[in-house]
Design a protein around this ligand. Structure first.
Ligand SMILES: Cc1cc2nc3c(=O)[nH]c(=O)nc-3n(C[C@H](O)[C@H](O)[C@H](O)COP(=O)(O)OP(=O)(O)OC[C@H]3O[C@@H](n4cnc5c(N)ncnc54)[C@H](O)[C@@H]3O)c2cc1C
Length: 242
């Protein structure tokens, strides 16, 4: 709400990555009654602003080395100069950040998938059952080859986004495609790698359990897989299903 030369912000947001570590918060708040995204503006708010409280979210399945927080704002007063971009144009700021965010998530997923491949191939060569390395069994090779194909496909889709960014071309839909595929692939790869490890994959001594736990959130944040499909569907048809 506008108050003289200031804005006074109320609201809350669950699940903010690095929320308890950040010095500055990029937030989106409704500043006028226009329905939909046209009423939303972007602000940069100091994390120690009076009225802003942060609570660490504990008990996550994965990403345990990273802080996730809930933020609550009660009467947080910022000068109008804290607004990022024009009034009512916050959605455009969010969208430009989100498309690059999706590319970053896709790249992170390629890293998880590649780590799963490396760990699974190494273990398959070391572990012996029935007198032979498990790498010599066809069904284990199927798991490894499924991981390898997912890694390459996810990487190529991610490279395509980076190439579009470098060329200064529109990359939003390609970023959604890369994020959708790479995040689902990272979960598949980590899961297949865990299968290669057998029972040892299920305990903390080996790395694949952590890869699976960390991969799982990738299909959720920066837009769930379902939302990526809606974005891709909208680009294909020109019709928004959400
Ligand atoms: C560890 C972690 C870190 C996060 N970090 C951040 C952060 O830094 N900043 C931030 O803003 N958010 C962050 N998030 C939030 C994250 O982006 C959301 O959790 C995610 O977008 C899903 O929103 P939601 O949890 O409200 O689920 P919901 O929107 O309630 O969705 C629940 C289910 O319904 C489906 N669904 C919802 N709407 C539709 C629709 N229209 N059509 C089809 N299916 C639909 C979803 O795909 C999902 O399967 C983080 C979340 C986690 C878990």
């Amino acid at each position: 709400m506008r108050d003289g030369d200031d804005y006074v912000i109320d609201g809350s947001k669950m699940f903010i990555t690095n929320g308890t570590w950040a010095d500055v918060v990029l937030l989106f708040a409704r500043t006028n009654d226009t329905p939909g995204h046209k009423g939303v503006s972007a602000f940069l708010v100091p994390a120690d602003a009076p009225g802003l409280t942060r609570r660490a979210v504990h008990g996550k399945l994965g990403l345990r080395g990273q802080a996730t927080a809930e933020l609550a704002l009660e009467g947080v007063r910022v000068p109008a100069s804290a607004m990022l971009g024009p009034e009512g144009k916050g959605f455009a700021v969010a969208m430009s950040a989100l498309a690059k965010g999706r590319m970053s998530v896709a790249a992170g997923c390629v890293g998880i998938a590649r780590a799963a491949l490396d760990a699974a191939v190494r273990y398959a060569g070391e572990r012996e059952q029935f007198g032979k390395p498990i790498a010599s069994y066809q069904l284990v090779q199927e798991l490894l080859s499924d991981i390898a194909v997912d890694v390459d496909a996810a990487r190529l889709l991610t490279w395509r986004v980076a190439d579009l960014v470098d060329r200064g071309e529109d990359f939003a839909t390609a970023a959604s495609q890369a994020k959708l595929f790479a995040s689902e692939a990272a979960v598949r790869c980590a899961n297949n790698a865990l299968q290669v490890f057998g029972g040892y994959g299920y305990i903390d001594e080996y790395p694949v359990g952590k890869l699976l736990r960390d991969a799982r959130v990738m299909t959720l944040y920066e837009g769930t897989s379902q939302i990526q499909k809606l974005i891709i569907g909208r680009a294909l048809t020109g019709v928004s299903a959400f």
